[in-house]
Design a protein around this ligand. Structure first.
Ligand code: BGC
Length: 469
């Protein structure tokens, strides 16, 4: 391949990657925005903490349903149309939230918006894995995670800005409507971008449109020999003519992959990342940072750290591989969380000299997550399933992500209450260390291996740890 066609190929691939990854931006915006809007919503509607919890978690349960439904929708109508549909739901959901006349309407609107978040979190990584050349596949899916983190930090920052603005000129409530409503703008941008995206060539082959699949590869500037090889490999993997459900009933190897995906997503959430994402201001408060604005700025710094460290994964995931980064990340997270726990137990509240080291350790934890579990769990979950069962497999793992996310979110305050902050962090720290064993024993290295190869290894009965060879 000459330089100019390699340049053109890169351009097309990155355009596709960027546009599909916008789904991640919306995911992050919607997840991040609520922490800063909470107080204003509470004041405006005069609701209790419990009602507020419904407002917050409605999105997560909507995401569970959205992710569950996307398996069927994207298998039937294609990945591209599913992403388009999610963009429409994002736009309508954002408007509905910002115009909500009372809390019940807002809860329903957040659930509706959650459907879009679930659809996006299901379809975007799947689409990216199916359309990326294998040499950059890990990086492309990590770009999706990068967008999630950018979405979260933009939401934190805009919340902080709107909050300080409200404090200054005495406007006490209306701004949460702006916070929730502006998300319609990036959703509209994604809708128009996705109109230009090609369908996933693997899905096209699955539906019998080999010619159209070849055209997609041509648009990506692959040469004819490469196209023939890609199509042949995909056809080969389609020889097992089974639906996902049938595979699940009849094929123990597929069930192993499903189990692995579910395990990986539970692990991602049990790292404790969302405890920090959702409750950072509260953690800063316990650490002795009194003012709301101080806490919100602290939260913004957490968000920025999360974005920056994701670049470590993007840079190394296709060079060093998935597993070395995972080991480094989990050791970092484990040590950092245990340190936070110890410092809180010694007594951060009363001794300001301990508060700063505790915050630094918290940021180190974020670095550990963002360079490893954040992106790479999504990468692995989109790589380990055979084509015929990919929709079902990703459905299971993505739904697990949202259910585990909701459970962690719902239990944190109770844990704080029952165990105390220090022991809660020690618990999460211990879990992070224990997860290393899971990676040692069960997780494959998939760097630079085609999806078809992973599939044939899995179905031939190789141990999970070795299906990436
Ligand atoms: C996780 C989210 C988390 C985010 C933080 C994602 O990979 O699935 O639950 O909030 O990373 O960056």
């Amino acid at each position: 391949m000459n330089n100019s066609s390699s340049g053109r190929r890169k351009l097309v691939v990155y355009f596709i990657g960027f546009t599909a990854a916008l789904a991640g931006l919306l995911f992050g915006l919607d997840v991040g925005v609520i922490s800063g809007a909470n107080e204003f919503i509470k004041r405006d509607f005069g609701i209790t903490d419990q009602q507020l919890e419904f407002v917050v978690s409605a999105l997560l349960w909507g995401a569970v349903v959205g992710a569950a439904g996307s398996g069927f929708v994207s298998a039937r109508f294609g990945r591209r149309r599913t992403i388009l549909a999610s963009a429409v739901v994002f736009i309508i959901g954002a408007f509905a939230c910002s115009l909500a006349p009372h809390e019940n309407f807002l809860i329903a609107a957040r659930f509706f918006l959650g459907l879009a978040v679930g659809m996006a979190s299901f379809t975007a990584p799947l689409y990216l894995s199916e359309i990326s050349p294998q040499s950059v596949r890990g990086g492309m899916i990590s770009m999706y995670q990068l967008m999630i983190t950018i979405g979260i930090v933009v939401a934190f920052a805009s919340d902080t800005w709107l909050a300080s603005y409200a404090e200054i000129d005495g406007v006490k409530g209306g701004h949460w409507r702006v916070m929730l409503g502006v998300i319609a703008i990036p959703a509209a941008i994604m809708f128009f971008g996705v109109l230009f995206l090609p369908e996933s060539p693997r899905w096209l082959c699955l539906k019998g449109f080999q010619q159209r699949a070849s055209d997609v590869f041509r648009r990506m500037h692959l040469d004819e020999a490469e196209i023939a090889a890609e199509i042949a490999a995909i056809e080969d993997s389609l020889k097992i003519k089974q639906s996902g459900l049938q595979l699940l009933q009849e094929n123990a190897n597929f069930r192993r992959a499903v189990g692995l995906g579910i395990g990986l997503q539970i692990i991602q959430q049990l790292t404790g990342i969302n405890v920090i994402m959702y409750y950072a201001p509260r953690i800063f408060e316990i650490a002795g940072f009194g003012s709301t604005l101080e806490q919100m700025w602290g939260t913004v710094i957490v968000g920025i750290t999360n974005v920056l460290a994701t670049f470590i994964a993007i840079a190394f995931v296709d060079k060093l591989g998935r597993k070395p980064i995972m080991y480094a990340g989990f050791v970092t997270m484990g040590v950092a969380m245990l340190t936070v726990g110890v410092l809180f137990n010694i007594g951060v509240e009363n001794d300001k000299s301990l508060a700063y080291p505790a915050i630094v350790a918290l940021l180190v934890f974020i670095v550990g997550f963002a360079m490893s579990a954040g992106p790479i769990i999504w990468v692995l979950c989109s790589e380990i399933y055979p084509l015929a069962g990919r929709d079902l497999g990703v459905t299971f793992s993505t739904c697990t992500n949202w259910v585990a996310n909701a459970i962690v979110g719902m239990t944190f305050l109770t844990l704080l209450d029952k165990l105390g902050a220090g022991n809660t962090f020690l618990l999460y720290g211990g879990l992070n260390v224990a997860f290393i064993v899971f990676f040692l024993l069960l997780v494959p290295e998939t760097k630079g291996v085609s999806l078809e190869r992973i599939e044939s290894n899995l179905l031939s009965g190789l141990p999970l740890r070795r299906i990436g060879r």
